[in-house]
Design a protein around this ligand. Structure first.
Ligand SMILES: CC(C)(COP(=O)(O)OP(=O)(O)OC[C@H]1O[C@@H](n2cnc3c(N)ncnc32)[C@H](O)[C@@H]1OP(=O)(O)O)[C@@H](O)C(=O)NCCC(=O)NCCS
Length: 151
């Protein structure tokens, strides 16, 4: 299993991993252009040549980043791939100089295992709400939990 920084030709792999969770409404749909714009924020996990996991580190401010679009293909869950992806993005976040990383998720226990702690949703930056949440079919009745980690 290896984690790579994708090129634009790997957008299709990102979309393939995310599709089942986008269809379930767990992960926000992002079109090809939005993924391309943010391609440098993504990592993909490959098992041999099979894309099995993805996530992105979005930068909000000189201090705050956000984990976005984390997904591991169903057949590959429970093998430590999610953990490796998060650790890789947290390392990148620290290296670039971020102080904290946020996530909005239904996977509270998973992120607590990774060292994140729950915070009130009121402390999420407004620009996150207006840029992203407003696009979600569950807005404004969202049951996601906000968690943060200090680096
Ligand atoms: C959440 C998700 C990424 C976890 O990936 P994974 O590869 O299955 O997780 P890992 O195998 O790396 O698990 C790491 C640790 O978290 C634990 N864990 C994983 N999923 C968990 C869950 N849902 N609840 C509690 N603990 C969980 C594992 O037991 C493991 O613990 P350990 O280190 O003590 O052995 C994966 O379940 C997924 O893709 N879910 C659907 C999409 C989703 O909800 N994404 C989150 C959007 S923010």
């Amino acid at each position: 299993m290896k984690i790579i920084k994708p090129t634009l030709s790997e957008i299709i792999d990102i979309q393939t991993i995310l599709k089942p969770y986008v269809d379930e409404g767990i992960i926000l749909y992002r079109d090809e252009d939005e993924i391309a714009t943010n391609i440098r924020s993504y990592v993909i996990a490959y098992d041999e040549h099979i894309p099995v996991g993805v996530a992105a580190l979005h930068i909000f401010s000189p201090f705050l980043g956000e984990i976005r679009s984390l997904a591991v293909s169903k057949d590959y869950q429970g093998k430590g791939i999610g953990k490796k992806i998060i650790n890789s993005l947290l390392k990148e976040a620290k290296n670039i100089g971020l102080k904290e990383v946020l996530v909005l998720t239904y996977q509270k226990e998973f992120f607590e295992k990774m060292g994140f702690r729950e915070i009130p949703k009121e402390s999420i930056p407004d620009k996150k709400i207006w840029a992203d949440c407003i696009k979600c079919k569950f807005f404004p009745n969202c049951n996601e939990i906000a968690l943060i980690i200090s680096l």
